[in-house]
Design a protein around this ligand. Sequence first.
Ligand SMILES: NC(=O)c1ccc[n+]([C@@H]2O[C@H](COP(=O)([O-])OP(=O)(O)OC[C@H]3O[C@@H](n4cnc5c(N)ncnc54)[C@H](OP(=O)(O)O)[C@@H]3O)[C@@H](O)[C@H]2O)c1
Length: 335
Amino acid sequence: MQTRTLGTTGPQTSAIGLGCMGMSALYGDPGDRAESIATIHAALEAGVTLLDTGDFYGMGHNELLINEALRSAPAARREQALTSVKFGAQRTVEGDFIGFDGRPAAVKSFAAYSLQRLGTDHIDIYRLARLDPNVPIEETVGAIAELVEAGHVRHIGLSEVGADTLRRAAAVAPISDLQIEYALVSRGIEEKILPTARELGIGITAYGVLSRGLLSGHFTRDRKLDAGDFRAASPRFQGENLHRNLDLTDALRKIAEQKGVTVAQTAIAWVLAQGEDIVPLVGARRRDRLAEALGALDVTLTADDLAAIERAVPADAVAGDRYPEQQMALLDSER
Ligand SMILES: NC(=O)c1ccc[n+]([C@@H]2O[C@H](COP(=O)([O-])OP(=O)(O)OC[C@H]3O[C@@H](n4cnc5c(N)ncnc54)[C@H](OP(=O)(O)O)[C@@H]3O)[C@@H](O)[C@H]2O)c1
């Protein structure tokens, strides 16, 4: 497995990480538990070391799933696994999002529960999912730094914050990586956030590299989405937007076919090619999807390929914001 290092102070990880969210929540039916565990095992077996989760993915469900997968994995694989955990999102029993909590006391309490659910004695990378508008980032990061000092957390990460917040956080403690959406159709970080992360020695764990499946090559124009599926409310998956965006995928498919690879592999390889400091998270929840995604590591994109890809999917061609309006307003990275 190829490896990359997260920032100047973060851990070495597999060049692709496994995002486990869809195994518990947000993409409709969380799927078959046995297949989810088998997918995590297959990832570990292939040398994937980074497992990304959030305590609010299925309100603890995802962490318990990872616990089960780690417990039943061979010891050598389990010991190599790195857990990347997001906290702070508050949800109701029904699953509604009702705010974010980055207060120091909350951080320490969230961590105590996560450690129990994960069944581990430390979390490798711990991060606030969204900036809490009522708590200065210095206080939240300061609380995680105390958890590092106590040995409960190894590294501090951030999620969906902008360049100013990156700077403020990095002034308090070393930051391993910023987790943020980055894909052929989600290029917002290129102007300010990515250069700032690079200046500060902060790595990137990129999510949504397939734009939630839009760029996967498997999403069909007539696919019906459950009401609980994030995409049912995502602007990019609505009506005319969906058709325009799938036209982009069709344009990408032509390049993928010429190279003898899949659309998803081309989209993931494009993110991998944007810098050694970027680790894409793939949201595979089945072994066949995982195998496809990891195949991106064998795809070499030449300068001509990259230029052709950007002609097929121009940076500003996507139709629709990456989140519904209310959720866009919560993104410090979009300010
Ligand atoms: N920090 C944050 O704010 C944040 C936000 C969102 C996600 N994340 C993290 O990032 C991870 C990945 O992001 P994501 O799931 O949104 O994005 P993604 O990888 O862009 O999309 C995942 C979707 O693509 C589909 N897909 C089709 N072929 C695939 C393949 N070969 N490999 C992987 N997926 C394939 C999956 O489909 P099926 O329907 O076939 O399963 C799934 O619905 C999450 O699991 C989570 O850990 C972080």
